[in-house]
Design a protein around this ligand. Sequence first.
Ligand code: GLC
Length: 480
Amino acid sequence: MNILFTASECVPFVKTGGLADVVGSLAPVLAKLGHDVRVMLPMYTSIPQQWQQQMQFVLNFDVQLGWRRQYCGVLSLKKDGVTYYFLDNKYYFGRPYIYGLGGDEYERYGFFCRAVLNALPLLEFKPDVIHAHDWQSGMVPALLRIQYMHLPFYAGIKSVFTIHNLQYQGIFGIKEVQDVLGLGDGLWSSDKLECYGCANFMKAGLVYCDAISTVSPSYAEEITTAYYGERLDGLIRTRKDALYGVLNGIDTEEYDPEHDKLIFEPYSLKTLEGKAENKRRLQAELGLTVDEGIPLIGMVGRLTNQKGLDLVDSVLGDLMNERVQLAVLGMGDARYTNLFSWAEGQYRGRFAARFAMDATLAHKVYAGADFFLMPSLFEPCGLSQLIAMRYGTLPIVRETGGLRDTVLSYNEYNGEGNGFTFLNYNARDMFTVIKRALYFYENDKAVLASLQKRGMQGDYSWTHSARDYVAIYEKLTAKA
Ligand code: GLC
């Protein structure tokens, strides 16, 4: 099959979150299954030189955006069996940021979505399926259905739209979006593009794609409810027949404690002393008291409300009264960077925070910590808990979305489980579960060792889920 991915991020070129990991690790797995997989991305100037140097110029064309005519160059490179295309326009993507600051996101990603569709006949690549990811690509399924489908080249192309996070929808003024994409007045009713008086790229994708998927079975259920539905639950309920929950995998070569060059010392289930060495050296690097006997809890991720950090805020004092160390790594909201910098000063040698996107340090935290805390308010899938388990670090998570689908709480009666979980979004419940984990650390290490073993032996690869996506593609393209 010919498969085209469109996304705003993809490792190793550009990443702000899990979306990039998923796009960049799923595409090569699909290619390995024998499909022609191509990925279209914006040509951000922040893509590292190392990759830019490998790109070849393919062709260029102009994109009509309302009254504007904009240049679009196509650069490409091949990697792991996948062809990557980078859509180049310096005005839109030659900026020192990926998202947000210019106030013209609708124009940047409106340009991107239209350029994706216009590029295909010029590249002589006709996909069987276009798989669009998150709101930045939401207009691809919409434009395809509304404006392109009747042209012979595009006839029969199916679209899948994947929600990686329903909270970010790309909401703009209708007039502004019309000005760029020229979608006529008749399209702005609530069954089509209009959304609470606004334009909404995510909604556009959800309405016009042939199949919707999201990144875990539980999140697929959750987003049909008002609590998790971010005001789109009604629409999602009407499309339930076309909705799939496909659990994310991780790149099991990049995240492999046995062959990881970024950590202090590689280790496996058989050489767990190596994990202890990673812990000591992580403690030293972060300015924590170097003591293998003190349980170390790690957190890696975007520092936003989604990640349940207000729960941590609520019980931080009580938590730091326990015999425990905390290491936090991530970038995000001032509320949390302020809190964690304060905590670092307050609990010297026991609390460390680094506000950066630092892949090397992230690997070291996954390897060096004993526990990994992820008390998310909602979590479409979550990749960190999977990585943590693979590194023998026990997840402590809230039972929501993909966390619920991947972490099973330790059951004292039958010994099952691979971590610790709590159900309600409540700081006391979280604290109780952390204390439960710490209890086993001090009193019954054998329990933790059994959970750790199960975690390290788990299958977090794409093998299964890539086939689920192929099954969706095949169902859509099957001739009736
Ligand atoms: C978003 C979600 C996260 C998911 C990732 C990749 O970052 O918040 O839960 O794992 O996308 O799908």
